[in-house]
Design a protein around this ligand. Sequence first.
Ligand SMILES: [Zn+2]
Length: 64
Amino acid sequence: MTQTVPATQPSEHKTACGGKVEDLTNYPSAIYHGERIYFCTQACLDLFLLNPDPFMLGEVEHPI
Ligand SMILES: [Zn+2]
């Protein structure tokens, strides 16, 4: 099976945490309001899943 990754893929993506990541394969993601968003760590994703709206509003502190 061939699985090619398009070379034209943007190399930078914003995370829900306000940072930027280049290689998305190393970061957890979730769907929020129909959009895929990325998190810096699995702990951030877990927090998001518990409180999606407060997290996206920046009302939840991120574990480092
Ligand atoms: Zn975070």
